[in-house]
Design a protein around this ligand. Sequence first.
Ligand code: NDP
Ligand SMILES: O=C(O)[C@H](O)CS(=O)(=O)O
Length: 492
Amino acid sequence: MLDRTTDLKAMLSDPSLLEARAYVNGQFIDGDDGTFEVTNPARGDVIAKVADLSRAQIGKAVDHAFEAQKEWARWTGKERSQVLRKWFDLMMENQDDLGKIMTAEQGKPLAEAKGEIAYGASFVEFFAEEAKRVLGEQIPGHARDKRILVMKQPIGVAASITPWNFPNAMITRKAGPALAAGCSFVARPASETPLSAIALGVLAERAGLPAGVFNVVPTSSSSEAGKEFCENPKVRKLTFTGSTEVGRILLRQAADQVMKCSMELGGNAPFIVFDDADIDAAVEGAIACKFRNNGQTCVCANRLYVQDGVYDEFAEKLKARVQQLKVGDGLAEDDVDLGPMITRDAIDKVQAHIRDAKSKGAKVILGSDQEDLEGNFFKPAIVTGATQEMDFATEETFGPLAPLFRFTDVDDVIAMANDTIFGLASYFYAKDLSRVWKVAEELEYGIVGVNTGLISTEVAPFGGVKQSGLGREGSHHGIDEYLEMKYVCLTV
Ligand SMILES: NC(=O)C1=CN([C@@H]2O[C@H](COP(=O)(O)OP(=O)(O)OC[C@H]3O[C@@H](n4cnc5c(N)ncnc54)[C@H](OP(=O)(O)O)[C@@H]3O)[C@@H](O)[C@H]2O)C=CC1
Ligand SMILES: O=C(O)[C@H](O)CS(=O)(=O)O
């Protein structure tokens, strides 16, 4: 670790955004279970001691959310829209400070952290608009004396459990539509990155969100929070982003109450380069797709399939570009491209995938010199000669490792790309129109990027098929996850 301590408050224009208490029912409260430490993954120093809420306190937060939701649902769509718009405005006004808080607790370079603040805020902006457009229907009756109405109503209390890799956007991508629909919200952030979530609570209060409508319940015991959310009858919706493994646990727990769930889970994205691709564009797309957040996103390319005729050119150009990427402390240096990994365990997983690949015949063409690196830093790596028998073909690496697989035939590469339990994001570069249609239709994924490595936007429905999840976030579809449809049959 760098021998630097992080005086985060001194870095902020508004130090009050660095709040370590929980935000419940419009109040900042301490934890009955004391506090837990949040560390800077670049330096290893403790940057905050955050309120550690007990399960009983989380239950109380749900009680407050349950009561507050009744009045919140009576607000007009426009009234909710105006408060959400103010929340968006405050996020953008405080983008620098929110970015610094995120870099300090998660490690992504400051420019990327500020980018996430804008990305996260865009969901609040988008659903502030959607709040005014929750429309019902009138359907012609099935008999002369019958009239049919379809009402869309808020589902009630929504609870979220979110990961450390996008400490802001994974919350706003859920809270935006939930609050717009008239739901109240209880957010349990990852224990590695609670500060960004609490800062959203600080700004929610300033925006005028009524007490109890938006709550942030940090706790070191994730399983206790999950059980409270799944077992408390006042919670009507569970929304989760994280590993498929934990998603399964939550779905099993939520089944007892037949609770509606949204699940954004793990991925294993193929990134396919055909011989008619623009190779330079494909290299840039691979850089953006593979190394965003240091490879720690569920939509990062996990497997790169390159057609025979362009394999060597692509490998050579990708290596040259990756060698330009600078690894460092995102708070201390302006030109850092890759921050630290979130934990030492995350590095161990990447190194295990490299060792496994080498043992099965792969060649490390970049990143073999990882000895005596400080702390959680890891240099980006590329291996060639990757095959379906290697662990990264079936497991999400979740780190800066680019395995290059060679292929000849389009049907073969589609079969290899689909040979996984996951189905979140996929990407390919090609120009031939019939090939583009065929591949886009036959890839079994919820998201297909064509000639692009970046697909994240608030205007599109983000989500996976197979074991990558349930439901969609973003776009006008995203609000449906927080609405119930009521059929009213009128006799006239
Ligand atoms: N789809 C996606 O966007 C993401 C996918 N992943 C995948 O998950 C893998 C592991 O990453 P990780 O962050 O550990 O993801 P996890 O799924 O382990 O954690 C995600 C969130 O779930 C919480 N959690 C963990 N166990 C439980 C439980 N039993 N009940 C309720 N909540 C729980 C965590 O809390 P706590 O922080 O306290 O552990 C965290 O807030 C990654 O390697 C990647 O493959 C990870 C992040 C995002
Ligand atoms: O969890 C993730 O990795 C995010 O969902 C990816 S994105 O939405 O930021 O692209």
